[in-house]
Design a protein. Sequence first.
Length: 130
Amino acid sequence: MTETKTEDRVQLIPDSKHPITLEKNPRRVVVRFAGKVVADTTNAIVLKEASYPAVQYIPRTDVDMQFLQRSTHTSYCPYKGDASYFSLSAPRSSSENAVWSYEVPYEAVGAIQDHVAFYPDRVEISEQDA
């Protein structure tokens, strides 16, 4: 494991003990919240990290950002960097911090820059043949 420290934060590089892979999803990914389509893309990136469930990262250009409101919540991942969060809002429905984004991700996962991910228990994510 390669480790560097920046501003009292440890930055880790994915390796065989903690692998991270990124690959383009060949399928169309549609995300719905409160019955509304909030994202529709054929350009999702699937991030697989160690033993965690795979995550669909959707390009912001394919997200209807009117449903997202930036929150003040943040988190840090030593493999990916600082995450910013968004809450979802639709008529009669809201979900706090349901979406996250690594706006300046570490180099190893740089492909997810300008993408967002959704907590799958807060939205409906479906995959279809493109």
